[in-house]
Design a protein around this ligand. Structure first.
Ligand code: FAD
Length: 550
């Protein structure tokens, strides 16, 4: 009878345990979990604090008792693994309730210890009003403070996924929220203009987002709260502070085991999720993964990859159906108040950091047929190889349908598709769901036009970084559209008048055309091209993208 030990009883660990049981009815399976809960929904914790999820029990997907009864898995909560000894195939564990230390041997061992929130060494950060959010006990503490009605003002440090989800949920509880972020943008994994839409959304909901700033010190404040001093010199008073600035791997307990770790302490595993030590596997937030677009190792702490790795690790521990894990490309999504932001694959920032040649298009199509009630504009940015047309990545924001477009493009990237393939994707269409040409098709058409030279584009950053004298900025919107605002230095010739006013447009200068989202400007470009203009460019994403990003 095989004996499997698993360290960590949440996403990767419990996925592996359940799969092992399905593969091997006779095996002995023991899960060590240092906390009091296993198999809980950590992704749901902010929504319980916000009272969107009302019943606490809903967060706990399985209990040790149910796992024993239903699956014959022995789950030892409040049991911490202190060390791994590969030479004797033993782990050293401690029962945290009794203090008893003991050894347990294994045939195969899975390390799925996840990560813990980084606590920066900011002076004063041991104050009781300062919290992190990772576990159910963390959640209980924060929710109790909020339920008590004592939290009037909250400070969230870090504007990543968890920070912004918490900002939203604290706001729902009637709390004034300030978010401080050291970078110049929220959601650092997306490009600036996409993050700008998040900045606008949080501002619209009354969250005070302080970018390009950080906390340098906490001092005790009134009524048990704190005062945070920012590097800019500003101060923020808060009854509750949430630190959400990143995650570090829980791997200190294997430091002496000889299991290879990366520079930041993550476990190094091969594509079968084996470590360098025989019969020891690893999965989840604690491991480095291969990014399929950079072909380099990185860390991407997300629930989807952790769960899937757990299943693959179990298959390889069992051995009958060997499988490989082919990397993580960071497909992710978040709700920020009414807005959804999603991403997959490479961003512009990632391409620049890894010298990956790329081009990109930004479009603002309707989420479904414009004539059907409730249709709203969404934004979709697609990155692709200028040489092969291969799709490299996508980012999207909008009020509905973002998840669908990101998932379709994630599938396209996985299947090595090109922008030509995007134009051909046959999607389910009826007016309440999409348009006859879906936004994914539209992005493919625009990218195809760029690749085939029908259109040349400039980005909003090119305009921001250039002198106005370097180009002629031509606004082809109607005067009514222009009334809501124009780009400085632009000249307005509405598209309908263009053919009669060609002599007003210089032929010896770079002409950059824009309309609201890029479509009318594209039509205008074709008119100019047919009339012999060569140095003509479309502003990618149009006025809409420029406006939100600047
Ligand atoms: P974990 O789920 O962290 O589990 C590891 C477990 O191992 C822990 O319970 C820990 O106590 C235990 N452990 C560690 N060391 C030991 C030891 N020595 N002995 C015994 N036990 C040990 N991801 C998404 O994709 N989408 C989301 O919307 C999302 N939202 C999130 C919201 C919040 C508030 C949080 C905290 C995370 C969120 N995540 C989200 C991230 C996601 O939850 C993690 O990527 C995922 O849980 C990682 O799974 P894991 O099994 O590697 O680690």
């Amino acid at each position: 009878m095989a004996k499997y030990l698993i360290v960590g009883g949440v996403a990767a660990g419990m996925s592996a345990a359940a799969r092992l049981r399905r593969l091997d009815e006779a095996a002995e399976i023991i899960v060590f979990e240092r906390g009091d809960y296993v198999s809980y929904a950590n992704c749901g914790l902010p929504y319980y604090i916000g009272d969107e999820i009302k019943e606490r029990e809903r967060l706990v997907v399985q209990t040790p008792e149910a796992l024993r009864e239903l699956m014959g898995i022995e789950v030892r909560t409040a049991n911490e693994v202190l060390a791994v000894l590969p030479e004797t195939k033993t782990v050293k564990a401690k029962d945290l309730k009794t203090g008893r230390e003991y050894d347990e041997t294994y045939d195969k061992l899975l390390l799925a210890p996840g990560g813990s929130p980084v606590k920066p060494p900011i002076p004063g950060s041991d104050h009781p009003a300062i919290h992190t959010l990772w576990t159910i006990p963390d959640t209980d503490q924060i929710r109790a403070m909020v339920d008590d009605g004592k939290v009037k003002k909250a400070l969230v440090v870090g504007a990543g996924f968890i920070g912004l989800e918490m900002a939203e949920n604290l706001k729902f509880r009637g709390i004034d929220v300030t978010v401080v972020e050291m970078a110049k943008q929220a959601m650092n994994v997306v490009d600036f203009e996409m993050a700008s839409m998040v900045h606008r959304e949080v501002a619209m909901h009354g969250v005070d987002l302080q970018l390009d700033d950080g906390v340098s010190e906490f001092t005790p404040g009134a009524n048990g709260g704190v005062v945070a001093k920012l590097t800019s010199g500003k101060t923020v008073e808060a009854d509750l502070v949430l630190l959400s600035i990143g995650v570090k791997p829980n791997t200190a307990f294997i430091a002496e085991s000889g299991i290879e770790l990366g520079k930041r302490g993550h476990i190094l595993a091969d594509d079968s999720l084996r470590t360098n030590k025989e019969d020891i596997f690893a999965a989840g937030d604690a491991i480095e993964v291969m990014h399929p677009l950079t072909n380099k190792k990185t860390t991407i702490p997300l629930a989807g990859p952790a769960n899937k790795q757990g299943r693959i690790a179990a298959d390889n521990m069992h051995g009958e159906k060997p499988r490989t894990y082919n990397g993580t490309m960071g497909t992710a999504i978040a709700k920020v108040f009414d807005l959804t932001i999603g991403m997959t694959g490479a961003s512009e920032k990632l391409c620049l950091a890894h010298d990956i040649p790329f081009d990109s298009v930004i479009i603002h199509p309707n989420d479904f047929a414009g004539y059907y009630p409730g249709a709203m504009k969404m934004c979709l940015k697609v990155l692709f190889s200028p040489d092969t047309g291969k799709v490299l990545g996508a980012q999207s924001t909008g009020y509905s349908g973002v998840d669908k477009r990101i998932d379709v493009i994630a599938t396209a990237i996985k299947a090595n598709m090109t922008v030509d393939d995007l134009t051909e994707i046959e999607h389910a269409y009826a007016p309440p769901y999409s348009s006859a040409k879906d936004p994914v098709n539209m992005a493919g058409f625009v990218a195809q036009n760029v690749l085939e030279g029908l259109i040349k584009t400039v980005k909003w950053t090119d305009i921001e970084n250039a002198e106005l004298s370097e180009y002629y900025l031509l606004d082809v919107r109607t005067p009514a559209e222009c009334a809501s605002g124009v780009m400085p230095g632009s000249v307005n010739i509405p598209q309908a008048e263009l053919r009669d006013r060609l002599n007003e447009i210089p032929r010896d200068k770079k002409v950059v055309l824009y309309c609201r989202v890029g479509l009318i400007a594209y039509q205008a470009i074709r008119v100019l091209a047919a009339n012999g203009f060569e140095n003509i460019y479309n502003l990618s994403g149009g006025y809409e993208t420029w406006l939100v990003a600047t």
